[in-house]
Write a protein that binds this ligand. Structure first.
Ligand code: PEP
Length: 247
């Protein structure tokens, strides 16, 4: 089965009502490759604005979702709140949440399980630090993150994996196509060995880390790179060029 190319835009903690409306207008008026699945992820405060004004074929993702139904969890968002506002994606395990907010592998896995079992698809992020890469531990680190996910998740059909080397996020230092392809291939191999041939074949594996309109075409040609998770460049008009780069 051919994997549908996927481009996610992670706006992070950026944007005002006015600038987010500009981004939505730009996407609404753009000619987008219909064979690419696009999901954008604004800050929580802009989720409803974006969902209500963005063309319907583009998905909208929260940047976090909790692993409990509802209740006394100040600052969190629930799956049912997202679905009630027609938001059916979430980004989980982003390295900024893993490192700054100390989200551990098993909490990320637990949130991913709860979300996917209750109707929210997940862009699940993994990746190594510069120190870990330089120590030759990239595959070991990513495998450990995957191991924690596998311990909780049984249905992989609602998961898109984003490999995001931490040293490449927001730094302008993009992984080479060979570095990215090597890790993507290893992730697919891990899925084949530890989950199933079907999950390995069908799961989209995105690359994230300083993707822009200039470097995306080469990365996107790699056999195991099925799209991108884009941070900084998703706030710019050139995001459209990244979406349309797979042809
Ligand atoms: C990200 O935040 O997921 C990301 C990849 O950021 P950037 O594209 O800015 O490196």
């Amino acid at each position: 089965m051919a994997r549908k190319f996927f481009v996610g835009g992670n706006f992070k903690m950026n944007g005002s009502v006015s600038s987010i409306k500009d981004i939505v207008n730009n996407l609404n008026n753009a000619k987008l490759d219909p064979s690419v699945e696009v999901v954008v992820s604004p800050s929580a405060i802009h989720l409803v604005l974006v969902r209500d004004s963005l063309r319907s074929e583009i998905g909208v993702a929260a940047q976090n979702v909790y692993d409990k139904p509802n209740g006394a969890f100040t600052g969190e968002l629930s799956v049912s709140q997202l679905l009630d506002s027609k938001i059916d994606w979430a980004i989980l395990g982003h390295s900024e949440r893993r490192t700054i907010l100390k989200e551990a592998d098993d909490l990320v896995a637990s949130k991913t399980k709860y979300a996917t079992e209750n109707g929210v698809s997940v862009i699940w992020c993994c990746g190594e630090s510069l120190e870990e890469r330089e120590a030759g531990k990239t595959i070991e680190v990513v495998s450990k993150q995957l191991e924690a996910l596998k311990a909780k998740v049984t249905d992989w059909s609602k998961i898109v994996i984003a490999y995001e080397p931490i040293w490449a996020i927001g730094t302008g230092k993009v992984a080479t196509t060979e570095q990215a392809q090597e890790v993507h291939k290893a992730i697919r191999g891990w899925l084949k060995t530890n989950v199933s041939d079907k999950v390995a074949e069908e799961t989209r594996i995105l690359y994230g880390g300083s993707v822009n309109e200039k470097n995306c075409a080469e990365l996107g040609k790699q056999p195991d790179i099925d799209g991108f998770l884009v941070g900084g460049a998703s706030l710019k008009p050139a995001f459209v060029d990244i979406i349309n780069s797979s042809k």
